[in-house]
Design a binder for this molecule. Sequence first.
Ligand SMILES: Nc1ncnc2c1ncn2[C@@H]1O[C@H](COP(=O)(O)OP(=O)(O)OP(=O)(O)O)[C@@H](O)[C@H]1O
Ligand SMILES: [Mg+2]
Length: 233
Amino acid sequence: MTALLTTQGLQAFYGDAQALFGIDFELAVGELVAVIGANGAGKSTFLKCLAGLVRAPREAVRFKGEAIGGLPAGEIVRRGLALVPEGRRLFPSLSVEENLLMGATTRRSGPWNLARLYALFPILQEKRRQPATSLSGGQQQMVALGRALMSNPELLLCDELSLGLAPIVVREIYAAMPTITGEGMTVVIVEQDVTMAQRVSQRIYCLQEGRVSLQGRSDALTRGQIAQAYFGV
Ligand SMILES: Nc1ncnc2c1ncn2[C@@H]1O[C@H](COP(=O)(O)OP(=O)(O)OP(=O)(O)O)[C@@H](O)[C@H]1O
Ligand SMILES: [Mg+2]
């Protein structure tokens, strides 16, 4: 497998408190991998380490063969890695379109632009002049996803796209994934909805208290294995 990203023994700390205890992770080009785990397991911390938002040792994270751990977040975006943050983090004073354009400030070349995004999520074109935070939760999530795509990443990290959304809206958002991965994009999703994670991903990593408690092909893992890895029961 051609590894796009690997982590080796990745540890992370908040002050004196350790959140990750040696995560070994591997991602091939074009894969969609899900990271699951209970509240506080370290899922967001893991994505933040990849994106440069939580400090990581330089050699612990390798992207396209280069050690990127601890590089500034902006530098990591320029290298082709984009994060859709937990809780969306839209700019409340900006319109939908302005929020989307914020993602394009790094100007990497690639297939994604406003026209492509509006084709993927037509409702955003309809509402493009409205303040982003006046949209429904699901539509705001589309904006957050679109903003990350506008940087034309090679690796897209999504932190809990489904948080607080109705199941039908979650399905609508995940329906966009085949189009996104169809462009050759590699995707990591953090997802609390295990059924959805198993359905859309090729492989799963389960985190428990900052460690990988289970990993494997999504279609091969059983409910029992996942429940045990999730809760440690
Ligand atoms: N900014 C912070 N300062 C101190 N500790 C933090 C901070 N963010 C997270 N932690 C701690 O790090 C650990 C991992 O948290 P993290 O947010 O990565 O978990 P998570 O799996 O994303 O959880 P959730 O499902 O609730 O989003 C937890 O013990 C959490 O309390
Ligand atoms: Mg989280």
